[in-house]
Design a protein around this ligand. Sequence first.
Ligand SMILES: [Zn+2]
Length: 118
Amino acid sequence: MAGADNMMRRVLARLESSAMQRAIDAEMQRQLRRDAAARDRAEAEARREASRKANRPRCGARTRSGSPCRAPAVWDKSRGAPVNGRCRMHGGLSTGPKSSAGRARALRNLVQYRAAVS
Ligand SMILES: [Zn+2]
């Protein structure tokens, strides 16, 4: 009877391991589906972001060829609005004061502003 018992144990062990394997396979499938869904969401978000930039107002500055500039206006993310309606090449961004006198003036204004705000 010991031989029959041993065989039963082996059969049970094999059944158990195949059930475990099926559970592992199912979990892997679920994980793959979750990953694919996350990828799809990231792609959709990237498309929305691109369309937002594409929908920004155009710069419109007169170019050397005479046609209006078609670049998107520089965006103020904190306000969700264009900074001044121009693109980065046509006055969209200031690079700040260059001369030491200009820098000193900017610093004075900063001190004055902070004193007024606090
Ligand atoms: Zn421009």
